[in-house]
Write a protein that binds this ligand. Structure first.
Ligand code: FMN
Length: 216
């Protein structure tokens, strides 16, 4: 049984940019080599007041810019909702380190070159899976799904697999970030940081982070 680690509380003087601490916590979770998916995060979306949440993997983290990347099928349930309602929330929970991170922000499609580069780095089976799966659509049976995978494999033969146009990355520009560390007697340590995001075409301008400690 892996041991729980008593995590340090947040610094008395809160950092100017909380995302550097998130980056360090993510690295610490990766270093704990008993976690199968240290980069797993809950992604919550919302449409017409109906929230939905699922796990995705964090595949890029830019602490300075405050951006978190994940990859998915753009025509999946989440992809369709995000394109229409880009405000999302993310949660990381590293139980063994008594840490939680909550991020809220704007999810925008990653540049095609970034998605191409990440897709090219994936194992071939995962690449074929991206072609085979019309993610979130019904299918009659598991055998029918495996048959779709086999036909994607046959279509590509031994050739390299290009990125499907319906598959790629999202970049979540953090507007808010909350750091949480468990404390004895439920006296946890929390701090919430916020900043302005201004979208202009394909670019996002960011204001300075403002942080404050919160009661747990
Ligand atoms: C550990 C774990 C990692 C996952 N990583 C991803 C991921 O990176 N991208 C993805 O599209 N789905 C991922 N999934 C599957 C999603 O949770 C979800 O089932 C799928 O994306 C369909 O969601 P949707 O119908 O809401 O679009 C992962 C699931 C688990 C349990």
């Amino acid at each position: 049984m892996p041991e729980r680690i008593a995590a340090d509380f947040l610094p008395d003087t809160l950092p100017d940019n909380p995302m550097h601490l998130v980056d360090a916590w993510l690295s610490a979770a990766r270093d704990a080599n008993f976690l199968p998916n240290p980069n797993a995060m809950t992604l919550a979306t919302s449409e017409d007041g109906r929230p939905a949440a699922r796990i995705v993997l964090c595949k890029g983290f830019d602490a300075e810019a405050g951006i978190v990347d994940f990859y998915t099928n753009y025509e999946s349930a989440k992809g369709r909702v995000i394109d229409a309602h880009p405000e999302v929330a993310l949660v990381f929970h590293w139980d063994h380190q008594s840490r939680q991170v909550r991020i809220e922000g704007l999810a925008l499609r990653a540049p095609a070159e970034q998605s191409d580069a990440y897709f090219a780095s994936r194992p071939r089976k995962s690449q074929l899976g991206a072609w085979a799966s019309a993610q979130s659509q019904p299918i009659d049976s598991r055998d029918a799904m495996l048959a779709r995978f086999e036909s994607a494999a046959a279509e590509h033969g031994g050739d390299s697999v290009e990125r499907p146009p319906h598959w790629g990355g999202y970049r979540v520009w953090a507007r808010a970030c909350e750091l949480w560390v468990e404390g004895a007697g439920r006296v946890h340590d929390r701090a919430r940081f916020e900043r302005e995001l201004t979208v202009a075409g394909d670019t996002v301008a960011t204001g300075a982070w403002q942080g404050s400690r919160l009661q747990p």
